[in-house]
Design a protein around this ligand. Sequence first.
Ligand SMILES: [Zn+2]
Length: 74
Amino acid sequence: MEIPGKIFKDIEIVGSIPIQHFCGCSKEVLYPLLHSLEKKDLKYAVMKAEPIELVCHICGSKYDFEPHEIAGLL
Ligand SMILES: [Zn+2]
């Protein structure tokens, strides 16, 4: 009965990771969400040359959008 125990352990270790796989978010997926921010906030970030950070509300992954990427929305 040692082998099943080992297999189960492996499954547990892997099981804590896939939440992000399940979410399937990416920078491309979150990019359109920049539209939901106010235009003046987008302009401000571009002017200040500061990236905007978006956090996926499902898995908590953080994505930084650089000013030149934000400028593409304006
Ligand atoms: Zn996510």
